[in-house]
Design a protein around this ligand. Structure first.
Ligand code: SAM
Length: 293
């Protein structure tokens, strides 16, 4: 395991605890309800056996942790870890409210912290794509599993098949100059939502970090991106590459907000359903791999 002092994650942890947490909290219903189909697919497709111990990596608000906890039952346990203490505090509160007494949550950096294994399985929904020290995290997670333990990750597939993010990114790039992470001292989210979209790169990386039997299952579904068009536009400007481009461009980004909003409303108009809610097609990989021990 790497020494706790070797990581260079401080700037990312700060981002998840400040600006990004605030954005996620504002649109919490879109993350918890909108991404529930992905957790549901994993629960129904492969499930988690009763009585086992599961690690939820980068658990965010802990909604998947709670859903898995229901499946493993009172004799099992699901442990949610996240690098941001505000997410952990929110997850603890939601789990207590849901009566999920077989959950536990603690603040940990997946790449360097003691993850308090051994676990039978590990799970990560849309978390690992943002890990700055991904290789170190993969090794650390694998070492927290028992021999034969399975790791299931849900990650976005390619940009073009996730138009709610990609169209928004293209729209914003028309009006705002892109500031790279190297050009700014502002905190940022880490690699980004499409960093694990390529199965060749991901399977090579998984094998290089000691995993075996790596498989990819494509899962497509419409996801809720807003209760109405206005919310979908606000969501796109906050979340994903579009949101990061606007934020990192600072004053220049702020100045362009009205014209970006207009362009996004036009781009998303086709996704509005009869009741006014906005649902966009999305595409993810469910990646599974095993710890040979
Ligand atoms: C996009 S959110 C996903 C949250 C949740 N899994 C979900 O599906 O809603 C990514 C999460 O990963 C966490 N995260 C980022 N880097 C991390 C790291 N190195 N170790 C642990 N958590 C990390 C962030 O704080 C954030 O809560």
């Amino acid at each position: 395991m790497l020494d706790e002092t070797q990581g260079s994650n401080d700037i990312i942890v700060e981002a998840w605890n400040t600006v990004l947490f605030d954005k996620y909290l504002r649109f919490k219903h879109l993350f918890t309800e909108g991404l529930a189909p992905h957790t549901h697919q994993v629960l129904t497709r492969q499930g988690f056996r009763e009585g086992i111990r599961v690690l939820d990596v980068g658990c965010g608000f802990g909604d998947s942790t709670i859903a898995i906890a229901r499946m493993v039952g009172g004799k099992g346990e699901v442990v949610g870890i996240d690098c941001a203490d505000r997410f952990i505090a929110a997850a603890k509160a939601d789990a207590a409210e849901a009566g999920a007494s077989n959950t536990d949550f603690f603040v940990a950096d997946a790449s360097i912290s003691d993850l308090r294994g051994p676990y039978d399985e590990a799970f990560a929904r849309f978390g690992t794509m943002f890990f700055n020290l991904l290789g170190a995290a993969m090794i650390n997670i694998r070492r927290s599993l028992k021999p034969g333990g399975r790791f299931t990750q849900v990650v976005w597939r390619k940009r073009e098949d996730n138009a709610f993010l990609y169209d928004a990114e293209l729209c914003v790039k028309r009006f705002v100059p892109v500031v790279s992470h190297e050009e700014t001292t502002a905190v940022h989210c880490g690699p980004g939502p499409f960093s694990m979209a390529g199965p060749d790169m991901v399977s090579d990386m998984m094998q290089a970090t000691g995993w075996e039997r790596v498989t990819f299952e494509r899962f497509d579904c419409d996801i809720s991106i807003g209760r109405d068009l206005d919310e979908a536009v606000q969501f796109a400007m906050a979340y994903g590459p579009a949101g990061e481009i606007i934020r990192l461009a600072e004053e220049e980004g702020e100045k362009q907000v009205p014209v970006i909003m207009e362009a996004l409303a036009e781009a998303f108009a086709g996704y509005v359903r009869e009741d006014g809610s906005v649902w966009a097609p999305s595409s993810a990989w469910i990646v599974t791999a095993f710890n040979p021990g």
